[in-house]
Write a protein that binds this ligand. Structure first.
Ligand SMILES: *Cc1c(COP(=O)(O)O)cnc(C)c1O
Length: 380
């Protein structure tokens, strides 16, 4: 009896296609075991090695590892001197960490609406929000799709603003042949759902040596020399155990990304031309690494977004809504007095649906996803 129940459960879990799935293998295990045998498990030589390799990969002079993507964003802002009274322009259509990292600095997030085609911050809307207090712009490369960095870097230069790229979803993504995180100061996350993982972990990338030095101090309770604390800092260190996983994952990142891109191509070809369904659109000159593959459902599709998610779930397909509520409409920000009207972000939160796109998907999985959606579309 027990084994029958077990088999049934096994079949059910096998059948469900998850929205995200980290891939960890022998190389990760070997490197972690090496760290465990070495005796140094907190920040040590593996973190340094991971930083050097990540900087080289991103094409930046420096990379500073942190405890997660949120602390990477917090440190990046602090390193640029963002503080009380300052304003940072960012997108309302992102994970809340982007905006909250600005609040941690006692600065104010100011929201600029997004472009509907890319879901990324609209440079024209950024221009409208610039005031005397504006100190930085924080674009987010949402879903692994690079923001319009040419326009944003020009705006930043014209107005002497720092650029903190939230690249937490975009490891390896490129804009005009250059990796994201190398335009401004980049912040990455290695949470298990991201394109590469360390369990928890983060990284800040920069070409500026003085910013890198400040980042290393902020990570280490404000000290360059042990027990000499020059500024208010934090314990935002990464462990060597996490870095060991990161080194192995970085070796496989391009392969992971190619699989995501190829899965996305496949789905987009299958879902082409369905009335009321928009597949991801690529801007010119970008390499999108498909952290998420997000479709948009409008009124001409037979069912609404939530109903489609339900149908997919019943067919054993996990989906995600990134994101159901724009940041300025979150209870926290409403309590802080935000009353923005950002129509594009507010509209698409009701229409977007992310489908599984991770590297472990089989052609059978992809066909099942596409065919389930096509069946719904044909019932109009
Ligand atoms: C994941 C993520 C973060 C935060 O990273 P954590 O490692 O979870 O702290 C920040 N911004 C965006 C856009 C993210 O997707």
């Amino acid at each position: 009896m027990y084994s029958i129940i077990n088999t049934v459960l096994q079949i059910q879990t096998d059948k469900m296609i998850p929205i995200a799935k980290p891939i960890l293998g022998k190389r990760e295990k070997d490197l972690v075991l090496e760290v465990l045998s070495s005796g140094t498990i907190a920040q040590g030589s593996k973190v340094k090695e991971f930083e050097d390799k990540f900087a080289k990969y991103t094409g930046t002079k420096h990379a500073v590892a942190t405890s997660n993507g949120t602390t990477a964003l917090h440190m990046a802002l602090l390193a640029h001197g963002i503080g009380k009274g300052d304003e940072v322009i960012t997108t309302p259509f992102t994970f809340i960490a982007s905006a909250n990292s600005i609040l941690y600095c006692n600065a104010k997030p100011v929201y600029a609406d997004i472009e509907e085609s890319s879901y990324n911050i609209d440079p024209e809307k950024v221009k409208e929000k610039i005031r005397k207090k504006t100190k930085a712009i924080m674009p987010v490369h949402l879903y692994g799709n690079p923001a319009d960095m040419k326009a944003l870097m020009e705006i930043a230069e014209d107005n002497k603003l720092a650029v903190i790229e939230d690249a937490c979803q975009a490891h390896g993504a490129q804009y005009n042949g250059k990796k994201v995180g190398s335009y401004g100061t980049g912040a990455f996350s290695f949470y298990p759902t991201k394109n590469m993982t360390t369990g928890e972990g983060g990284m800040v990338t920069t070409d500026d040596g003085s910013i890198a030095e400040r980042l290393r101090m902020l990570r280490e309770h404000g000290s360059k020399v042990r027990y000499n604390h020059e500024i208010l800092g934090y314990n935002y260190r990464m462990t060597d155990i996490a870095a060991a996983i990161g080194i192995a994952q970085l070796e496989r990142l391009d392969g992971f990304n190619e699989a995501r891109i190829s899965n996305a191509d496949y789905l987009s070809r299958k879902l082409k031309g369905i009335d009321g369904l928009t597949t991801p659109r690529l801007n010119k000159g970008v390499k999108h690494v498909f952290h998420q593959y997000t479709i948009k459902i409008n009124g001409t599709f037979p069912v609404d977004r939530d109903k489609l998610a339900e149908i997919l779930k019943d067919a054993g397909i996990g989906t995600g809504i990134h994101y159901p509520v724009p940041v300025h409409k979150q209870p926290l920000y409403k309590k802080l007095g935000y009353k923005d009207n950002l129509p594009v972000a507010e509209k698409v939160t009701k229409q977007v649906l992310s489908l599984p796109i991770h590297p472990s998907l089989t052609t059978k999985d992809l066909n099942h996803i596409a065919n389930t959606i096509k069946e719904v579309a044909e019932k109009r």
